[in-house]
Design a binder for this molecule. Sequence first.
Ligand code: HEM
Length: 503
Amino acid sequence: MDGFSAELLWRGLLSLPGLALATALLVLVLCLGGRRSRRPGEPPLIKGWLPYLGEIQNFQKMPVTYIKTLQKKHGDIFTVLIGGKYITFILDPFQFQLVTKNHKQLSFKMFGHKVSYNAFAIKMLLTNQELDHDLHVCYQYLQGKSLEVLFETMEEKIKHNFESRLLRNRNWDTEKMLIFCISIVFEVTFTTLYGNLLVADKKKFISELKDDFIKFDDIFPYLATGIPIELLGNARSLQKRIINCFRQENLAKFKGWSEFVQMRQDILEKYYEPDNSEIAAHHLGILWASMANTIPTMFWAMYYLLRHPEAMAAVRDEIDHLLQSTGQKKGPGFSISFTREQLDSLVYLESIILEALRLHSLSATLRFVENDFLLPVKSGECLLRKGDLVCIFPPAVHRDPEVFEAPEEFRYDRFVQDGKKKTTFFKRGKKLNYYIIPFGSGASKCPGRFFAVSEVKQLLFALVTCFDLEVIDETPVEQSYSRILFGVSYPSSDVLFRYKVKS
Ligand code: HEM
């Protein structure tokens, strides 16, 4: 738990209603916690000595090392009590599809809809299957032809952002990298999806929304795990402030919505009265999904690119080749334009983004066990208990030395082979289907993955072609585990870098 969130939690717990609720919870969990023991056929059970909380401390401190230690001792499947939830970890990548394939018995919806309720105050999804179905149909507007349009809009927004802010100064400018990435990703993503703002002070509106969003995102893992919002300091007022920005009267001030936002809004208006604030809560859900992981992905990709001269040289080289082959020249300002296909041909650029995701994606694929269920694993059958969670934990494969040589190292060309994208990775001599899984898998796989990767590519491409860039701090940046299971990690500290418009 980082300082801000811990403080929030304590402040909440120490308030009077907080104390009463915490005591009631403790009594309840003391009664329930002691009772569980491993049944025949169930995976090894690790409960820790703390009732309810179980192994939460060990897990939060060094999650990847901790899970690997358990794997050595108990094998590829075991159940751990973490903060009131019994989570069965499935760590063998050849068995991941058992989890995603059995979607009737291991459901995403139950878990996903509870998260939407706890974190975004969306109630209707808990009871209305059709709304869920219709909203899923909308994900097609983040792909295919719609993605091409989004790609072009994104390019325009980046151009505008660079020309109005970054390209004005001809001298070296110094900024903190995380703050820089938050600001640029937030503005580009928001304006690509929601269009331009027709308000008196656009900058103030976006900047306040961004600041509230970052504070909200910090609390998100606690909300998602079901800690009541009332216990989390000012979380409710933060949530309300963001939701208010998307109320009917404010939505009317966003001009040039993407097809994706427009289609979702049309569907929401079929299910709710137009002035129902739950429509705005759905917008908070999309705001979170589109920003929360893209920001840290941009940070890590930029950080590694700047920290590794050999990575920067490879990217500059492939960009120069692309410029030559398309007859374009680097001129002053933002004068170059590419299609998505052309940008996708930059294999080193993509490899750096994948490598950043390999090292820092902590998002788990979680499924809720609807009823006691026998999972047909390679060693026979494994009994999963109703009400538990099952978890595919990406770091188990992302940091497996059998799959990735020296897995702790950043290697800019890890996903390139013979000048092409490398897609074959092996374990126990067998080709893996799941070797990089930052976007989840199965029914809940991220529908915004192409949008996100295109955005990070476009931003890095623009930075590399417009600027000379240097990291100033040489101290390595560590990752924070505060978002374990729920996203790409943030750095535990920021880092200074400088940039200057290329002459
Ligand atoms: C690098 C950036 C991103 C990463 C790493 C990421 C990762 C993920 C992951 C791990 C999931 C959950 C999968 C699961 O539970 O199994 C997810 C879901 C989702 N993501 Fe992303 N995401 C990113 C960017 C985006 C963007 C830019 C958008 C929208 C424009 C988006 C929209 C969504 C939505 C709507 C869902 C929920 C899907 C559902 O309801 O089934 N994501 N994402």
